[in-house]
Every structure is written in C-alpha cells, then in structure tokens.
Design a protein around this ligand. Structure first.
Ligand code: PRP
Length: 216
C-alpha cells in the first residue's frame, strides 16, 4: 500500500479560538504568546493520541485489582522546537510530555534567499530507533526550515513515521515537499493557508510568529 502524508486539522473550538487570537494583528505580544502556548497544548494533545507509547499493567483500587494502561517511560520521547518561534509551542507541549527530552534546533531563514541556516543544534549524534519525536514550529511556509529539521533527525536515525509535526499554519508548498520526501509523516496544524507572498510569508497567516512571540 502506498503511504501518503497525513495532515490533521483538528476541528476543536479551542484550537479555532486561539488561532483567531493569534491571527489578529491587534493582539499584543503577551496575548499572542498565550495563544501560541494554548495551540501548542491542544495540538500536542491531538498529536499524542496514537503516538505516545503505552504499556499495559494492573492497579489496585481501594476495592479491587483492575487492568490499567500507563505511559511507557522506557521508550524515548523527544521534542524538537525550531527556534525561535517553535519555543512558543514548546511550553504547552511540555505540560503534556513532561518525560520528553528537549533538543533545540536554531534555524534562521535568510530574508532574501529564504534559505534556512542552522545556528544551534543540541541533538545527540544518534537517536534510539524507537524514539518518538515531536517537532514544533508555528509556520511551515516554503518548507525549507522543516525539511532541514527532518533531514537532521533522519540522519541521526529517527524513523519518520514516529515523528509528529505540530504547527499552527501550514502552506501547500511545505506540505508538498514533506510529502515527496517523507510520505509516512503525520502533521497536526491549526489551519492550512493557501498563499505565500513574494517575501515567503503565509497569507493570511499570522505575521512573523517569532517577532510577535518575543516582541522584537
Ligand atoms: C520562521 C518560522 C519557521 C520558518 C518558516 O522562522 O518560525 O521556522 O520561518 O519558513 P520556511 O518554511 O520558509 O522555512 P524564522 O526563520 O523567521 O526565525 P524565527 O523563528 O527566529 O523568527
């Protein structure tokens, strides 16, 4: 069976609400940051549904013994925030994944060429092949940054089907690139916006998420 990239846009009122707040140009930084944190939380909740490793066991209740399911803490879990803007989604993600290791990846897109360059990579040389990886970045625009992040992970032994990408706005060019290179990848987005302008910004999008999160 041929694999196909899956992009989920969860129809959840909280995701829609915080997306609307984040899109609004009059939203100040402090509220924008909260909106992105909340989107990180709810999109991670959706993304972790069939991704978090579990194991079966039993618990003794005050009345009886019963079957129970636990998070399997022996399977390595990692979150890779793409700096800077991915840090905004990390906070909410981390509340749901307290056991995950955090590996920062600093990528900056050149304003003219739109090519990303890497200024920080805290990943280990090799990941355990069973490692679950969640990448956070609010925007997939031309797709250059997310493709660079995927390449760093796959080079280090990560299996693409165990990766989840949590983003706020995804654009078709980025999804096409990911689909061609990693057909068994799964993405969670608050929305898919159709247009990229000539500066590589997603339209309508939410502006420059990094600048709005950090007030720069
Ligand atoms: C933005 C955004 C993505 C990237 C998307 O980051 O957060 O990482 O651009 O663009 P692409 O899909 O065309 O590569 P930016 O480089 O502006 O850095 P910042 O997060 O530090 O502001």
């Amino acid at each position: 069976m041929t694999q196909q990239l899956r992009v989920y846009v969860p129809p959840h009122p909280l995701i829609k609400h915080w997306l609307a707040v984040a899109r609004d140009a009059t939203t100040p930084s402090v509220l924008f940051r909260s909106a992105i944190t909340e989107l990180g939380r709810w999109l991670t909740y959706e993304a972790s549904r069939e991704w978090l490793p579990t194991k079966d066991g039993t618990v003794q209740t005050p009345l009886d013994t019963c079957a129970a399911t636990f998070i399997d803490a022996e399977v390595p879990m990692a979150v890779v925030p793409i700096l800077r803007a991915g840090l905004g989604l990390l906070e909410g993600a981390q509340t749901l994944l307290p056991l995950a290791s955090i590996y920062h990846l600093g990528l900056e897109r050149n304003e003219e060429t739109l090519q990303p360059s890497c200024y920080l990579n805290s990943m280990p040389e090799k990941f355990h092949p069973q490692t679950r990886v969640l990448i956070t970045d609010p925007m997939l625009a031309t797709g250059g940054s997310i493709m660079a992040a995927m390449s760093e992970l796959v080079q280090r032994g990560v299996e693409p089907s165990l990766v989840r990408i949590v983003c706020v706005v995804a654009s078709p060019p980025a999804l096409q690139k990911l689909s061609a290179a990693y057909p068994n990848l799964i993405i969670y987005a608050a929305t898919i916006d159709e247009t990229l302008n000539d500066r590589g910004f997603i339209v309508p999008g939410l502006g420059d998420a990094g600048d709005r999160i950090f007030g720069t």
